[in-house]
Design a binder for this molecule. Structure first.
Ligand code: PHE
Length: 453
């Protein structure tokens, strides 16, 4: 690779900067909004266990692989696949893997931004005291009225997209690193406070029981697919986000340790959010399976009644919006990096075009909660369809291909050199997981879903 190309591509200022940014990408709406609501829809404990297994056996090995591919090539995902295929002397069609990632990122961001818009709208609601002394029924009504208005959803979606693009346009060091530094610790403390509140409700034990005592009879093949898809989604895997971040990673950093740390932090946040939410669900006679509105219909009840709830509510939704921002920048970075590095766009122009595309696509999701709620494809609303297509199909397929590439196509000598594990056993363990366990698991879940198994 030529030096000029390399120097166009940025680099993190330190290991901690990469950890913060990758954790920022991983921790987002997936943990705090999506994990609790899909856990609720899929019956609780058994789903949580399958999800944790997926993180350990599929997520972590693929995270290591994806970071490794990015760092080896130091390029955007499309070029990474080109370059590494050439290095391995493999078939040119691997090229499409990079492409699929870019497209998945754009589609995910289109609905992600609408939901992040809800979180920002709730900052204002918290500030104006809308939740004060409101019970479960009143809080639900606030939410229902809000999502019934296309104009409001579009307004907040637009605001969120503009903010995302303003950060992305500044490039990785100035934009991304700064945003995450304060976010993670604050978010963590707020979640702990919410858990403490949940402990004071009469349904704390019921919440824990729902989350941690598995009832496997509630598990369908589709819920296993959702648990697996969510492991990819929540760790930002299978679409090149982590690959692109890996490409900004200096050569002397241990990839494996870093990946374990990030996956651990991500899982802890998701579990804490659920431990805070479910007791509130049960204490207020709300439905665990009420879908994407779950956190917006539960946590405000806590903010409306607890001491200091006004401030907590504002802080929480500010944090949630920021957590979403640090993920959304990674959803669009593969597309932007590709437009800049391969198509010769200026960073500004790349941001305008990719941002506009995502914004337009997002309108479909915004309308799917109101005017177009009757529009269904395969029994799913536009939002549900895009979510299923990306999280349950594109990301696992992308992840599967990454595993095959890293385990079977890339030369062992190259992956060994790039990972530079502390001992031979750790490398062997990863190699087995990435070559056999992870791809086989994804494959079997798919076979199960299409009814072959
Ligand atoms: N991991 C992010 C979250 O949990 C979402 C995301 C998915 C980000 C894929 C990047 C890539 O909110």
């Amino acid at each position: 690779m030529t030096d000029t190309k390399k120097s166009e591509h940025g680099a993190w200022s330190s290991r901690i900067a990469f950890i913060l940014a990758a954790t920022g990408s991983a921790v987002g709406l997936g943990n705090i909004w999506k994990f609790p609501y899909i856990t609720g829809e899929n019956g609780g404990g058994a789903f949580v266990i399958v999800y944790i297994f997926c993180v350990l056996l599929i997520g972590i090995p693929i995270m290591i692989a994806e970071t490794m591919l990015g760092r080896r090539s130091q390029r955007n995902p499309v070029e990474t696949m080109d370059l590494l295929t050439e290095e391995a002397g493999a078939d040119k069609n691997w090229h499409y893997l990079g492409w699929m990632g870019v497209i998945a990122g754009l589609i995910i961001l289109s609905y992600y931004s609408v939901i992040a818009g809800w979180a920002s709208a709730y900052v204002l609601k918290a500030f104006t005291g809308s939740f004060f002394d409101a019970d479960g029924v009143a809080i639900k009504k606030i939410f229902d009225d809000f999502v019934a208005s296309p104009m409001q959803l579009i307004f907040w979606h637009s605001l969120f997209m503009v903010t995302t693009m303003l950060i992305v346009v500044r490039g990785i060091n100035k934009g991304l690193e700064k945003a995450v530094q304060f976010l993670m610790p604050t978010l963590f403390v707020l979640l702990l406070l919410l858990v403490a509140y949940a402990m004071t409700t009469k349904s704390y034990n019921q919440g824990l029981y729902f989350l941690f005592v598995p009832d496997f009879s509630k598990l369908t093949s589709d819920s296993v697919l959702s648990a697996m898809g969510h492991a990819f989604f929540t760790l930002s895997l299978g679409m090149g986000a982590i690959m692109v971040y890996g490409s900004y990673l200096p050569k002397n950093i241990s990839i494996a340790k870093t990946a374990i740390l990030i996956a651990g932090a991500d899982t802890v946040v998701a579990l804490l959010a659920s431990i805070a939410i479910f007791p509130i669900v049960f204490a207020n006679n709300l439905e665990a399976d009420s879908g994407p509105g779950l956190i917006f219909q539960t946590l405000p009840v806590a903010f409306g009644t607890m001491t200091g709830g006004w401030l907590m509510g504002i802080l929480f939704f500010v944090m949630l919006t920021t957590a979403a921002l640090t993920s959304s920048i990674s959803l669009i970075e593969p597309a932007v990096a590709w437009l800049v590095e391969s198509k010769g766009f200026s960073r500004q122009k790349a941001c305008v075009w990719s941002g506009l595309t995502v914004w337009l696509l997002g309108l479909g999701t915004a309308f799917s909660f109101n005017s177009w709620s009757e529009v269904k494809f395969f029994d799913r609303s536009i939002f549900q369809l895009l979510d299923y297509l990306t999280a349950n199909l594109m990301l696992p397929i992308g992840g599967f291909c990454i595993a095959i590439f890293a385990g079977w196509i890339m030369k062992q000598q190259h992956s060994e050199e790039e990972l530079d594990m502390p001992n031979a056993e750790s490398y062997q363990l990863w190699k087995i997981l990435i070559s056999y366990v992870a791809p086989a698991a994804v494959f079997f879940v798919f076979l199960h879903v299409i009814g072959v198994l």
